[in-house]
Structure formats: C-alpha cells, structure tokens
Design a protein around this ligand. Sequence first.
Ligand SMILES: Cc1cc2nc3c(=O)[nH]c(=O)nc-3n(C[C@H](O)[C@H](O)[C@H](O)COP(=O)(O)OP(=O)(O)OC[C@H]3O[C@@H](n4cnc5c(N)ncnc54)[C@H](O)[C@@H]3O)c2cc1C
Length: 351
Amino acid sequence: MKKVDILIVGQGIAGTVLAYQAMKRNLSVHVIDKPLPGYSTLVAGGIINPVTGRRLVKSWNFDLFYESSMRTYHELDEFLNIHSLHSLPIYKLLKTTEDVNDWELKRVEPEYQDYMKNPIFKLDERITTHQGAGILTRSAWIDTRLLLSSFRNLLKKNDQLTEDEFDYCELKKNKYKDIEFDKIIFCEGHRIDNNPFFEGIHLWSTKGEVLTIKIEGEDFDYIINKMIYIIPLSNGKYKVGATLDREINTEITEKGKNDLVEKINSILKVPYKIIEQETGIRPNVRDRKPLLGVSTIGDNYFLLNGLGSKGISLAPYFAKHLLEFIYNNQPLQQDINWQRVFKEKNRKAAQ
Ligand SMILES: Cc1cc2nc3c(=O)[nH]c(=O)nc-3n(C[C@H](O)[C@H](O)[C@H](O)COP(=O)(O)OP(=O)(O)OC[C@H]3O[C@@H](n4cnc5c(N)ncnc54)[C@H](O)[C@@H]3O)c2cc1C
C-alpha cells in the first residue's frame, strides 16, 4: 500500500498548481487523473487579463491574483525547465471614436493607470480598419498544454500519477484502492457535479469553443482582443476564442466555428487557415467566486473548484489559501467557502 500526505483528483490547472505547492511544502503527493471530455485547462486561452469586458472593468482582486500567478508560473517554468509563461500586452481594438473616448476616460482613473496605456492609432496592416487600440499591460498567457504535459511527465516519472477515472465508491475514509492518504483534495473541474462528498454543488457551467489558426507573416507580438482573443502561440499559429454557450455538451459545432470565423473576419484582412477546433467546459459558479473548503461528510476531504472563466489567474492564489487553511490553521475566506452553496440549497429546501 502506497502512503501519501495528499491524494489529488484531477490534473487541470487547479490540481497541477496545488500539487506543485504541496510539493514545495515537502508534502508527499499522488494524483489521479483521466483526461475526460470537456476538460477545461487544456483548451483554455490561458490569458491573465487585468481589465475585461466592454465596460472595461478591473477583474476581482486582480493585483493579489496577478502577483501570485506570476510568481507561481515563473517558479513552475524553472522547476520544469520550460517556457510556458508569456508576458504579453493585450491590444484591445477600438472601433469607434466613442470607444477611444471610453478608453481615455477609464485610463486616468487611479486604479486603472497601471494597466491601461495610451491608445495607439497606427495598427498592423493585417488588421481591419479601427480607430486604434488601447494597450493593456500586466497581462500574460500561459501555454497550458505545455505546462500540464510537462508536470504530468514529472508525476509519471516519479510514480505519482494514476491515469484512471476516480471511482467514488472505492473511497473508504483514508484509503482509495491501494493508496492510503492523510487528505484528499478534489479538483475535477465541471465534473464536480458527480461528486457525492460535496453534495449541493450545482455549477452554472458554460461551454466554450476555440480554434487554432495559422496566419502567414511575422508573428504578432501581442494578444489581439475584440469580442474574441487572438493569441500568438508561435510559428504563425494562433489560438482564437472563445464562444460562450449555456448548452452543455462536449461536441465541436459548425455554429461555434462560424461564430468565431465571423469575428476573426471582422479583425483580420489577411487569409488564415483553420488547423484545429476544440471545446471545453468552464466550471462557473453563479456568484463567480471559487469553491474551496472541507466536506460535510469527511473532515479530511477537501475541494478546489469553481474557477470559472479565470482559472489561470485564480488557481495559484487559492491553491495556497487552501493549503494554509489545511496545514496552518488559517481561516477560510467565507466568500469562497463552498458551503455557501450547500447552505443556500438547504435554506431553499426549508422554505
Ligand atoms: C474555451 C475556454 C477558454 C478559456 N480561456 C481562459 C483564459 O483565457 N484564461 C483563464 O483564466 N481561464 C480560461 N478558461 C477557464 C479555465 O480553463 C478554467 O477556469 C480552468 O481551466 C479550470 O481548471 P480545473 O483544474 O478546475 O478544471 P479542468 O481543467 O477541467 O481539470 C479537471 C481535470 O480533472 C479530470 N477529472 C475530472 N473528474 C475526474 C475523475 N472522476 N477521475 C479522474 N479525473 C477526473 C478532468 O478530466 C481534467 O483533467 C477558459 C475555459 C474555456 C472552456
């Protein structure tokens, strides 16, 4: 029988960052993961974006999450000897003079000054007519495919990975099949709905489709944003996404492709080739906050989930927060305690 401090279920960004941070604390770790349809991290754009949406709103607690993300991804790159963290500006295309005015007004607000730069009015000739682009800094994208596969290889090499679907019926107190653990932490993304140890969680997941395209010519050295993101991967390849759909299935669709193509055509005037289409499911929560904490059934069963559409910037901070809650007696932030969902369900049932 193998004995570990922590057994982790799921190796998306939550499971990966958590396993790494646990290792840093000299805790022994074993991970169980099977890439199941709808997994999110491998499909994600991987963008860390300080200001989002048409109304240019700064992301929740961004400064805190940005610092923790940059530190963690930088460390992971060194640890794995890879280059998955790419600090790149985002060029937010401004179509009308009104868009330019909105940018200028927001840019001077004190909490936006570090993120929003003066717009530029001369764009790459491959981009269709726009007034210009507002530049967002302190942004980045993570090559999630490279990061997850490199970490997975390390786990395999050290005999710390079981590539199998976790069977909840086989979990007995602190034993799972031939593994004995002190704590188990579930990081299954949108599949948390099937987990009997965190009853009452009903995610508000959204499906997203992405394309990988190839554009001839020199690579753009920034991320383009106008309704969609066009992210330079390397060698003329770009990830483009994403759609947002409340109908949950894991099929790629013509509608998804056409939707993205229409948006690409409103941005690029040069030809491009579609190489790949993929789909993933974001583990969203109605109040847009993560789900962390301890099970009501077993006091050594924990959860790190609900990372929604911003998992890449949220995972490092909340993985650390969960470990501090478990091992350092730090109180759990109540706005992210998963039991808020459980209590809400019981309150409604009692009415
Ligand atoms: C199209 C799209 C684009 C996105 N773009 C961005 C972006 O640019 N920036 C950003 O921050 N976020 C983005 N997101 C959101 C981000 O991907 C998620 O927040 C994050 O990846 C969730 O990570 P996770 O580890 O919780 O789940 P997942 O990545 O889904 O990982 C869960 C893992 O657990 C495995 N698993 C589940 N159940 C079991 C089981 N019973 N047994 C074994 N294995 C199991 C799954 O197969 C998977 O490997 C995007 C999402 C989508 C869909």
